[in-house]
Design a protein around this ligand. Sequence first.
Ligand SMILES: [Zn+2]
Length: 123
Amino acid sequence: MDPAGAIGKLGFQRWYERELLLCHSWLVACLLCVFALLALLEDLSLRELGWGAAAALAAAFAAGGIAWYALARYLSMLLRAMHVAERSTCPGCGAHGKYRLVGASARAMTVHCRKCEREWAID
Ligand SMILES: [Zn+2]
């Protein structure tokens, strides 16, 4: 879900909490896949190439691919959450995350401060 739609529905603070929980679950998935990859490579013997070794090698490649994808998801979600959070402080009163979504385009969100009624854009 794009940040504007989720922030409009949940509010910034709940969106931010959920985004951090989700991105850290991707980090845990990445670490589990790396452990699986290392365990599979530890038991792999290239002297006796058979179906067992080929299956272990294929599973290790799959674990590595999933770990890479999970790491990419973790970093992209974390960087997006940090990007929005850094711009969520009201320039008028300094309140952080206390706004409601007024409008959104493909590149920016227009938000309205709940404390001082100021509007600003988060791009
Ligand atoms: Zn304000």
